[in-house]
Design a protein around this ligand. Structure first.
Ligand code: GLC
Length: 570
């Protein structure tokens, strides 16, 4: 690997390349001083990670300098209030752990558009929310677009939801209310309507290099034998033939989502630029979507490759330089054993993502409910390590995706060869196919009757609130939901509520489902907020009131627990 010019550290000071020094010298002095301090720490690490990825390229030094210069320009453009927030948060590395409560919603379903979300701030405050994850709100490809996860432009808000100014206004108002806005940042793929894909299709070889291509059906087949299927029913396979290019684009998810090629350094540079621009509009947290798939290596399942972590660590260096108040959250829906590296391991401990979803714990809590036995939760917890300082699990009961069962395979396999049948049981239980089941969910992407993949449905429908026919059944169902929320709230991480779960919103209606474009079964748990039902949370005696009141109590208990250790002193 070639040596990187001027990036070694001498007595705590990084030797910065001349062009970077010149830029700092011409910058306002207060910012330049702070940026120089940050660069002293981050530049050597950034150079190291990026040289591992791209150091073999002959213009690497220039490219790296240009990347850092781009980041410094964006740091200099950072609005004063965000710059001040950065300084404050850099001095409190655990800022996001102080009693935070997350809430996740689709903008259109929750409030129509970004301006509408401002009208919902009081509701979020009523609950004690400090972190709002609005599902993709950037300009998507034409539907179907995987609920916005096929992004056509990372630099513009979806015109159906508002514009960049609306985003900035919203982030300001949220911040004033003590709520950080989290945006999805879909790192792994772009919409086939993104300008890079359009150019690639038009024959531009530079933009073709932004994607992965297989040149023949044999090459596709040789990759496929090692790869998993994310959507085996609705999008089988991992490649899509693109006639204009006469090759197969790598498409891990839907055919209209083209995987980005991170061996091409320009992809990394362009994505970091878009991320910092969004941060400058006030986005305080990024949910890094599908991170496990960022690097492909022939002969492997192309998941969790070491390079994924170098990419994420380099990204963390960039945000540490230009926007250190920003939080990075890994969306890696992987078995427990594969998650710790997303926080950084060994020398890099704590130097990657601040937060990662604990999807195994979530899935295990549903299996435990179906089995009326907590063994699987205990197995998952025994595989869950303590985290480095400044890091946290995101715990949750439901989200916009299906409950994926296969993340639990390692825990089950460790108990014996016949144990996977428990996943099939859970899947059938929540689809209401097991005698005595109260659940009104549906199986997701099951290709045959003998394997489990995922389960769809809102929490209220899965725990039996919808099917309850008596006061007793209703109370039992509510208790089930509270049991799961209790686990999520008191695991010691950052709990996330999914829109409507605080008052028992049920599945999307059959009539509404008919109007949704595309065949994705996850629409079952993507209903619209219902103002009339939500208002019942204030009416004593209703299910909504009962649930909401109890959730508020959990929030209070949690605050209390965090404030006065040990927990039961308060
Ligand atoms: C993430 C999202 C999911 C989406 C997938 C592909 O897993 O949560 O909804 O389908 O990424 O972008």
């Amino acid at each position: 690997m070639p040596l990187i010019e001027d990036c070694h550290v001498i007595s705590g000071q990084a030797h910065l390349p001349a062009r970077i020094n010149e830029l700092l010298e011409s910058a306002p002095i207060t910012r330049a001083v702070v940026l120089r301090e940050r660069l002293n720490v981050e530049f050597p690490v950034l150079s190291d990670r990026l040289s591992r990825l791209y150091g073999g390229n002959e213009n690497f030094s220039d490219w790296l300098n240009q990347l850092v210069i781009q980041s410094i320009h964006l740091a200099l453009a950072r609005p004063d209030d965000l710059w001040a927030l950065d300084i404050q948060r850099a001095s409190q590395p655990n800022w996001h752990l102080q009693g935070s409560l997350g809430y996740c919603a689709y903008t259109d379903k929750f409030a129509g558009n970004l301006s509408g979300v401002r009208q919902r701030i009081s509701h979020l405050q009523e609950l004690g929310v400090t972190y709002l994850h609005l599902l993709p709100f950037l300009k998507p490809g034409t539907p179907p677009n995987d609920g916005g996860f096929a992004v056509a432009s990372y630099d513009e808000v979806d015109p159906a939801l508002g514009n960049n100014q609306d985003l900035q206004t919203l982030t300001k108002e949220l911040r004033a209310a003590g709520i950080s806005l989290c945006s999805d940042f879909v790192l792994n793929h772009v919409s086939h309507e993104h300008k890079w894909a359009v150019q690639a299709r038009a024959g531009d070889t530079h933009y073709q290099s932004y994607f992965h291509w297989a040149q023949s059906a044999e090459e596709v087949a040789s990759h496929e034998k090692n790869l998993i299927q994310i959507f085996p029913n609705t999008a089988p396979g991992n490649f899509t033939y693109i006639p204009e290019v006469k090759a197969w684009a790598w498409t891990t998810f839907y055919p209209y989502q083209w995987d980005l090629n991170y061996t091409q350094p320009d992809v990394f540079a362009e994505m970091t630029k878009s991320l910092l621009q969004l941060a400058n509009l006030g986005v305080e947290a990024f949910r890094l979507d599908s991170t496990g798939f960022l690097w492909k290596r022939a002969g492997t399942n192309c998941m969790n490759q070491p390079e994924v972590h170098w990419i994420l660590q380099a990204l963390r260096c960039i945000t540490n330089i230009a926007a250190p108040g920003v939080l990075l959250k890994a969306e890696a829906i992987m078995p427990t054993q594969d998650l710790p590296p997303y926080f950084g391991l060994g020398d890099t401990k704590g130097a990657e993502c601040h937060v990662a979803y604990h999807s195994s714990l979530m899935s295990a809590s549903w299996v435990a409910l179906a089995e009326e036995n907590t063994q699987i939760i205990q197995d998952v917890l025994s595989h869950t390590p303590a985290l480095p300082d400044g890091c946290a699990w995101m715990t949750y009961v439901r989200c916009h995706d299906d409950i994926g069962w296969n993340v639990l395979r390692p825990e089950l396999d460790a108990r014996g060869p016949d144990q996977r049948a428990r996943l099939l049981h859970a899947s059938q239980f929540f689809a209401g196919q097991v005698t005595g089941s109260y659940a009104q969910g549906a199986s997701f992407q099951t290709t045959d009757l003998h394997t489990a993949h995922g389960t769809n449905g809102m929490a209220a429908a899965l725990v039996g609130i919808g099917s309850a026919t008596s006061e007793e059944e209703r109370n039992l169902a509510i208790d089930r939901l509270l049991l799961l929320q209790g686990l999520s709230f008191f695991m010691g991480g950052l709990p996330l509520l999914y829109m409507g779960d605080e008052w028992g919103l049920s599945n999307t209606s059959a009539e509404e489902l008919d109007t949704r474009k595309g065949p994705d079964g996850r629409e079952l748990h993507r209903p619209y907020w219902d103002d009339k039902l939500a208002a019942l949370r204030q009416v004593t005696g209703t299910t909504q009131h009962h649930l909401f009141h109890k959730i508020q109590q959990l929030v209070q208990l949690r605050k209390c627990n965090l404030l006065c250790h040990p927990p039961y002193r308060c």
